[in-house]
Design a protein around this ligand. Structure first.
Ligand code: 5GP
Length: 115
């Protein structure tokens, strides 16, 4: 059984966060340390630690993360100019919180990804 992270507490609204969207599958909230004018984290409500742990059972939630990302991008007014969706995995991927999450980052030019 994977250990819960702070994100589980945010999902259950036990600790404060700027939640911009929530439904039965996913929760989206603003990153506490934003790297761009828009920086939202989209997470499944159930604990999936990393991209390595994604299975067929999670396909609905993973798909919902993308549809919610598109919805939030439009709400934020960044859809036309564009944005970046990032999922970090494990140490080499720079993952810090072991509850899989998609970063939605935009609102300014982001430059080449691997610079
Ligand atoms: P990772 O490096 O795991 O892909 O990204 C984790 C992200 O979670 C970081 O961008 C970090 O700023 C954000 N984060 C960590 N703790 C909290 C928190 O308590 N609240 C919020 N809103 N974001 C957090």
């Amino acid at each position: 059984m994977a250990e819960e992270t702070i994100f589980s507490k945010i999902i259950r609204r036990e600790i404060p966060a700027d939640i911009v969207y929530q439904d039965e599958l996913v929760t989206a909230f603003r990153d506490i340390s934003p790297k761009a004018p828009t920086h939202v984290l989209i997470v499944p409500n159930i604990l999936v630690p990393t991209a390595n742990d994604v299975s067929e059972a999670h396909e609905q939630a993973m798909g919902r993360m993308f549809t919610v990302a598109a919805k939030i991008a439009k709400q934020e007014g960044i859809a036309e100019d564009g944005y970046r969706l990032i999922v970090n995995c494990n140490r080499h991927g720079g993952q810090e919180v072991y509850h899989i999450h998609m970063h939605l980052v935009g609102g300014c030019p982001l430059g080449p990804m691997l610079s």
